[in-house]
Design a protein. Structure first.
Length: 305
């Protein structure tokens, strides 16, 4: 990437329309995530000297959007609605004011140096003083978030999680629940999700593909499709597989390795699941919570058999 005008925000102003362009040294999917992830929005979509809090963020046509800016003395409420949502390409939102609708359009374009974002803000009356400078500062915040993501990711220690549970059934029964696609579909999805097995070959070198579908609109952003390859299958003792999510989101990139061990226990099977190499966007705490739900489902299935 060369050191030139793409590092700056370019603006064009008419009586009621403000257009800004800036190119970010990051993939389009990464920039899109910064605009659509509430946690990331709170980090960059805020004027200097203020803090932001996302109160609602329904990313769909007709969905509501509410972001509050505060500095201890002043409060600015940004409340609107999404009009158009085209993943990785275009976002359009509107906000009703006393004098008419304020409309905001974001376009995301792949370019040689990364991603060009074009922002068009159409005001119901003359553009307020300082609007262009305010946007330039906000987009500088965004650059720090998305352009520092790759370096930050490489410096982060590998994320991992280990979950253990004693299940009141013999190792053969518990192992079979891992290699039977119908039973996997019953117990593996955590609370709030159901699943569909697309393909399944429980042999060393064999592959597996599954989708988790959210049972509620609230959980829909966390629905995933993933695939795995079995590296080791030692009946009733040990399973090792690698796994990846099918997503353009760089925060979900990478290959995880999961090792499952089955040990005889006076009460049944001492089961341990260790997962390493988890994507940046999945915290160990969330992974542990998900596996705890899944192993609870497994216990009910195996112990009732």
């Amino acid at each position: 990437m060369t050191d030139n005008a793409i590092d700056e925000t370019r603006t064009n102003v008419t009586d009621t329309t403000l257009t800004l362009r800036r190119t970010f040294d990051a993939p389009r999917e990464r920039v899109w995530r910064a605009f659509t992830d509430p946690d990331e929005l709170e980090q960059w979509f805020v004027p200097e000297g203020m803090s932001a809090e996302v109160h609602s963020h329904e990313l769909k046509p007709g969905g509501s959007m509410s972001i509050v800016w505060t500095d201890g003395e002043h409060r600015i409420d940004n409340e609107g609605y999404y009009i158009e949502v085209v993943e990785n390409e275009r976002l359009v939102s509107g906000e009703e004011t006393e004098v008419g609708e304020l409309r905001l359009t974001y376009e995301f374009r792949e370019v040689e140096d990364g991603t060009e974002v074009i922002i068009t803000q159409v005001f119901p009356e003359e553009i307020p003083n300082g609007a262009a400078d305010g946007w330039a500062g906000i987009l500088e915040n965004l650059a720090e978030i998305v352009e520092g993501a790759v370096a930050e990711h490489t410096q982060t220690e590998e994320q991992s999680v280990t979950v253990n549970r004693v299940i009141g059934a013999p190792p053969e029964r518990v192992y079979n629940a891992f290699v039977d696609p119908d039973e996997l579909a019953v117990w593996l999805p955590p609370e709030g999700f159901s699943c569909e097995v697309h393909e399944f070959d429980a042999s060393e070198g064999g592959t597996f593909r599954m989708s988790f579908t959210a049972d509620s609109e609230e959980l829909e952003p966390y629905a995933r499709t993933f695939h795995r390859t079995y590296e080791e299958l030692t009946p009733n003792e040990r399973i090792v597989y690698t796994e990846s999510f099918e997503s353009d989101d760089l925060g979900m990139a990478g290959e995880m390795t999961t090792t499952v061990t089955f040990e005889d226990d006076p009460d049944g099977t001492d089961l341990t699941v260790r997962q390493t190499g988890m994507p940046e966007k999945i915290s160990p705490e969330n992974a542990e919570e998900g596996w705890t739900d899944s192993l609870g489902n497994l216990a009910k299935l195996a112990e009732d058999a």
